[in-house]
Design a protein around this ligand. Structure first.
Ligand code: GSH
Length: 213
């Protein structure tokens, strides 16, 4: 059995879970959280971060490394485009999402969901406003400029870049900050297209069931 160590609300764990689901690989989740790492977790994830993955062949950490492994082990429903340029773009937008989009969505999710719901602390709304007004426009503006009217971020098919970008857009949405379609119409339409795919719709439904429980 393939085990994912992490929680499904982590954008990096969600990226790996989506990759497994896209490829139809059965897996189980061991719900390790950043605040609740078991003794000896460094033997599975040497940097002590989630996600990690363990199967009959490997124990691996880092969502990017894990997704590349999954692609090579399970080539069905490819997540890396065949075309050289599109594949390079997929890798770039995966990286951009894991760094710059995360730098927007991560603190929003932390302030409005982790602090408020899980830690029962006050949300720093001044920090939220600063992210929305100063940091988000640079990141979303760049994505707006790179997206087409149709398809996904690196071509016609959903790629690993969409798993990374979509995972962060989900967490921003859970923080009550959706993409403003008047400022970023292509990004807002892309988000709706992506979230309407069976892959993302099922993941959103799973989050909803988990959060209402
Ligand atoms: N580059 C890593 C980043 C993973 C990451 O930062 N995970 C966060 C949770 S979303 C974490 O485990 N943080 C705990 C820590 O840094 O101690 C990946 O792609 O998997």
């Amino acid at each position: 059995m393939t085990t994912v160590y992490g929680i499904q609300l982590s954008p990096f764990a969600r990226k790996v879970i989506l990759a497994l689901e896209a490829k139809g690989v059965e897996f189980e989740i061991n719900p390790v959280t950043p605040m609740n790492k078991p003794e000896g977790f460094e033997n599975i994830s040497p940097l002590k971060k989630i996600p990690a993955l363990q199967d009959d062949l490997v124990t691996l950490a880092d969502s990017t490394v894990i997704c590349e492994y999954l692609e090579e082990r399970y080539p069905q429903n490819p997540l890396y485009p065949e075309d050289l340029v599109a594949r390079a773009r997929a890798r770039w937008f995966e990286e951009f999402s894991d760094t710059s989009v995360l730098a927007v969505a991560g603190p929003l999710f932390f302030e409005r969901v982790v602090k408020k719901v899980m830690l029962k602390q006050e949300t720093d709304e001044a920090r939220v406003s600063q992210i929305i007004e100063e940091e988000m426009p640079k990141v979303y503006g760049y994505l707006e400029q790179e997206l087409d009217e149709a398809g996904f971020i690196a071509g016609e098919a959903v790629s690993v870049a969409d798993l990374a970008l979509g995972s962060n857009l989900i967490n921003a949405m859970y923080a009550g900050v959706d993409v403003d379609s008047t400022r970023w119409p292509k990004l807002a339409a892309y988000k709706n297209r992506l979230f309407s795919t069976e892959l993302f719709a099922n993941r959103l439904a799973s989050d909803k069931a988990m959060m209402s429980a």
